[in-house]
Ligand binder design. Sequence first.
Ligand code: DGL
Length: 266
Amino acid sequence: MNRRNILIFDSGVGGLSVFKEIVQRLPYENYIYLFDNEAYPYGELAPETLISRTCTLVQQMMQRKTIDIVVIACNTASTIVLPHLRQQIDIPVVGVVPAIKPASLLSKTAVGLIATPATITRQYTHDLIRNFATDKEVKLIGDSRLVEMAEQKLRNESVDLQELEHILSPIKGEVDVAVLGCTHFPLIREEISLVLGKNVELVDSGEAIARRVDSLLEIKHGLSSQGTLEAFSSAPPFEEEALNKALRQLCFTPVQLLPIQDASDH
Ligand code: DGL
């Protein structure tokens, strides 16, 4: 059996935090990273736009390349798009949703959910809280500036800790566990931890997603050399530098970031 082709999709560099977890677990598969940078930030998009963009781009990529599994490495998209996408394609789709359940199991006091403005308004998120955080209060923060800060950090700009402190002030001192409910946030985990204090545990969904992908693929090829990584984006600017900085941090060799039109099976 050949290496599997895993498509990882996000609005920006956030999905790389999920990619990192998957590639650590499954280093010998082939990866395709697709950025919808044209519509970034997703946290500000209307649900209908997000559903149609995600479904269209994933299907475009599937027409150009053989894909075995799709990972929607974005909470904002996953909390609304998954049923629509699963209806339209016939390969497994794994989504990332806020880790409310593990967080509320860990917490002894209250949980903070840090996400995008869209994610904190989703019915899906409120259902997660109702079903899995029954005995805990969950305090919500939805702010696209945090997403921007993560993107900027990769472009070598420093994170403004005062601004971060201001954004996180509604949960500072109020919670003992905080959910990183956006895949961009593990990229500023250290800064968030500095502001909230080291006693606050930060929880994300990356490792759980990697386990899910692993169990769905049931890999049996026995290869032990690294697979390939290709990266595509929906619009200029094709920010290879930021992408490659992130990849170097993940010990990956730099890649060329190409427009989605250039994708093809070779
Ligand atoms: N990385 C995304 C998420 O997990 C989306 C960030 C954005 O584009 O607003 O929600």
